[in-house]
Design a protein around this ligand. Sequence first.
Ligand code: MN
Length: 299
Amino acid sequence: MKTVLELNDKFLSKLVNYYKPYQEKPNTPHIKYLFKTDEFTINVYHSNKVLFQGEFAEEEYVKWTKVLDIKPDLPKAINQTAYMNEYYKKNVIGSDEVGTGDYFGPVVVTAALVGPKDYPFLSTYHIQDSKNIKDEMILKIAPHLMKTIKHHTLVLNNKKYNQLVNEGYNMNKIKAYLHNHAIKKLRAKNVEYDTIIVDQFCSRQNYDKYLIDQESIKQITLIEKAESIHQSVAVAAIIARYTFLKEMDRLSEEINITLPKGASASVDAIGKLIYLKHGKDIFDDIAKVNFKTSKKIWD
Ligand code: MN
């Protein structure tokens, strides 16, 4: 969270008085006052600009907009408040998957660890439900997230996917398997966490059933639309989407045709083109062959 207010001298002295107990010596000359707690940091510049940062910066900022009787300008804060729920103060491993609705390309699952200490960093990237973020933006922000946020990503390539389907796995069983495995891999990186959240795609009963022959992690919570419940899931979704996009680029380059995402008429059309050029066998390496799309392309 990061917000700015500009104060006149009168209100500035009020503010300085109010935060006096938290005053610290500024470490750079262009800061006039510095106030610091575990929950927020307030920098006052010589221009009388006041910068609120930290986990609870928004509360402090809103307090002063009330004193000043102005409307709070909180474009970045809206998403943040959406995340203020029972998980907000916890270190959470969140897991999400992409590619399951796309005919071409892999299924990707990412598990990511996010806690309150990550919020100031994440607030600069407007973390939100990845379905509302354009792919160009995903490509820009994901590398930063991947550098800073502990995570583990699994890519199930098409060959392996098709093999599993032939062995009798359905999509949900594949998802359950990948989530469980990604979480295990992240946990093995010696991370400290309080809770695990998986973006829900089936009932708990089925989830456990799918993993009956696996060494599965039981201490997980399945939550619907979890991307908007905890930022760990939102970050996981962004990293997974990024990985998916990169894989699509790689596959497109390999066959020299830009593979479309999703499953639509243009997917059918490109599919036909690939079929005419390369035949049927190549689909095992680039597509989820059990999708209805295959029939449309081959018949
Ligand atoms: Mn999801």
